[in-house]
Design a protein around this ligand. Structure first.
Ligand code: ATP
Ligand code: MG
Length: 400
C-alpha cells in the first residue's frame, strides 16, 4: 500500500506576493530533514506538501519523518495518508484493509470528504456517507459522532490520486523559520528563555543565542545544560549557534566595588551591552529575552527600563504577559521542561543581592555603573566569547 505524508499550510495561505518565498523556505526545510531520515520525494501541490517515501527503508521510517514535519513552522496539520487511484471501489478497499488498524482505540469517528477534482463522479457528502458506512462495517464497535468525534477520517480526491487518512496531527503552526529576520536570544538555563526563543522562532525569527556564564561560580555542567536546551530548540530550528561569554570578571568587580542592591541591575546592563555588540556583529535585528512582567525584582517595569534604554534595536519579550503556569505548559510542549528544571546555577544567581532594587532610578544605577570602566569591561568580556554550533542531526561543533 502506498503511503505518503500530507502537510497542510497554515497562515501562509493568507500571504500575498511573497507567498512563494515562504513556500520555498518550508519546502527547503522539509527536504533538509527528509534527507537525514531517508529517501523521500518532497513536493508541493494544491496548498499541500507531499512527502513520498521512495524505498522500503523510508517507508519504515515514515513516523520519524512525520515527527520532523511536525517541527517545521508554517504547517498546521500533518498526516500519514494512504494513496490510491481515484476510484470509489479502490478507496473502499483501502478502508476495509487498512483503516481498522489505524482506528484501533478510537470509540467514535466522523468521515469527511473533499473533492478538489470536480470531475470525480460523486459529491463530497456522498463520498463521506459511503466511507462512513465502510468504516462501520469493518471496524468493530466504532460509532459515528458528527459533533465530537475521537477521530476524523478524511478522504481527499485530488488531481492525481485519492488520499485517505485518519487522525491528522497538529503541525508546528506559525510562519516559516527564517522569514522574519534574525534575532539574538538571551538563553539561560531556566524555563523561560527557551520558551521565548521557541515563540519567536515560530514567528519566523531565525535565532542566534548568547549565554552568559560565570565560571567557576557556575559549573561546566550548567553550560552543558544550556547546550542541551539549545539542542531541544534545534528540533525546530535545525541548528543554533550559541555564543558563550564569561561574566566572571565583571561580577567580581561589581561585588567589590558597587552597592549590593544594584548588582543584578548592573549585571543586566552589562549583559545587554555585550548582547547588543554581538547582535550587531551577527546582523540580528532584535534581542529576545524570557522576561515576564513582575516575575522577579529585575522584571518590574522600572527595572526593565534600566536595561531597555540601552538598546538601539527592539527587545522582544514574548512572555511579558504570561503567567508561569502558561510558560511551563509551552516548555513541556516543546520538551524543554525536564531539562530546564535540572538544578544548576545561573550567573544571575551568583552574588544575588539580599534586597534587590525593585523600583530603581536610572541615574542611581548609572552612578554605580560609573565606578567601573563599563566600555572596557564589555570589550574584554566580549573577547571571552566561545561559539558552539548546536545541530539537530549530528554533534555540536566549536566555531573558530
Ligand atoms: P529564565 O527562566 O529564562 O532563566 P528567569 O525567570 O530566571 O528566566 P532572569 O534570570 O531574571 O529570569 O532572566 C531574565 C532573562 O534574562 C532570561 O529569560 C534570559 O533571556 C536572560 N538571561 C538570564 N540569565 C542569562 C544567562 N546566564 N545567559 C543569557 N541570558 C540570560
Ligand atoms: Mg534565569
Amino acid at each position: 500500500m502506498k503511503e505518503v505524508i500530507l502537510c497542510k499550510y497554515g497562515e501562509v495561505i493568507l500571504k500575498g506576493a511573497n507567498r512563494s518565498d515562504f513556500e520555498a523556505k518550508m519546502l527547503k526545510q522539509l527536504r533538509q530533514r527528509a534527507r537525514r531520515i531517508g529517501n523521500y520525494n518532497v513536493f508541493y501541490s494544491q496548498s499541500t506538501v507531499y512527502i513520498e517515501p521512495l524505498d522500503d527503508e523510508s517507508i519504515d521510517r515514515i513516523d520519524d519523518m512525520v515527527y520532523q514535519a511536525k517541527h517545521v513552522f508554517g504547517f498546521v496539520g500533518v498526516s500519514r495518508a494512504f494513496a490510491c487511484k481515484k476510484d470509489m471501489n479502490e478507496i473502499l478497499e483501502v478502508i476495509k484493509n487498512h483503516l481498522p488498524e489505524r482506528l484501533k482505540g478510537y470509540k467514535t469517528f466522523k468521515a469527511e470528504a473533499k473533492r478538489s477534482d470536480k470531475k470525480f463522479p460523486m459529491k463530497s457528502p456522498d463520498i463521506a456517507a459511503e466511507v462512513g458506512g465502510a468504516i462501520l462495517a469493518s471496524v468493530p464497535k466504532i460509532k459515528v459522532d458528527i459533533h465530537n468525534p475521537d477521530v476524523i477520517v478524511r478522504v481527499e480526491i485530488r488531481d492525481k490520486e485519492a488520499f485517505i487518512h485518519a487522525g491528522q496531527e497538529k503541525g508546528a503552526g506559525g510562519i516559516p523559520y527564517g522569514c522574519s529576520g534574525r534575532g539574538l536570544l538571551l538563553l539561560s538555563g531556566g524555563i523561560d528563555s527557551p520558551v521565548a526563543g521557541y515563540m519567536m522562532a515560530k514567528r519566523g525569527v531565525q535565532l542566534e543565542a548568547i549565554h552568559f556564564e560565570s565560571f567557576p561560580y557556575t559549573s561546566e555542567r550548567a553550560k552543558e545544560k544550556v547546550l542541551d536546551l539549545a539542542k531541544i530548540l534545534t528540533n525546530y530550528t535545525m541548528r543554533l549557534r550559541v555564543h558563550v561569554v564569561s561574566l566572571t570578571k565583571i561580577q567580581e568587580l561589581l561585588r567589590d566595588n558597587c552597592e549590593e542592591e544594584y548588582f543584578t541591575l548592573l549585571l543586566r546592563r552589562y549583559m545587554m551591552a555585550i548582547s547588543l555588540k554581538l547582535a550587531h556583529k551577527y546582523d540580528c535585528e532584535a534581542i529576545i529575552t524570557g522576561e515576564s512582567l513582575g516575575q522577579v525584582a529585575s522584571q518590574t517595569m522600572k527595572a526593565i527600563n534600566v536595561t531597555n534604554s540601552m538598546s538601539d534595536i527592539p527587545i522582544f519579550r514574548p512572555l511579558i504577559g504570561m503567567d508561569k503556569e502558561e510558560i511551563i505548559q509551552i516548555s513541556r510542549k516543546i520538551g524543554a521542561f525536564e531539562t530546564s528544571v535540572l538544578p544548576y546555577e545561573d550567573c544571575c544567581t551568583v552574588f544575588t543581592p539580599r534586597h534587590p532594587r525593585t523600583r530603581p532610578e536610572l541615574d542611581k544605577v548609572i552612578e554605580q555603573e560609573n565606578k567601573l570602566d563599563f566600555n572596557a569591561l564589555v570589550e574584554e568580556a566580549f573577547e571571552t566569547k566561545e561559539t558552539i554550533v548546536v545541530k539537530c542531526f549530528g554533534d555540536n561543533k566549536i566555531e573558530m
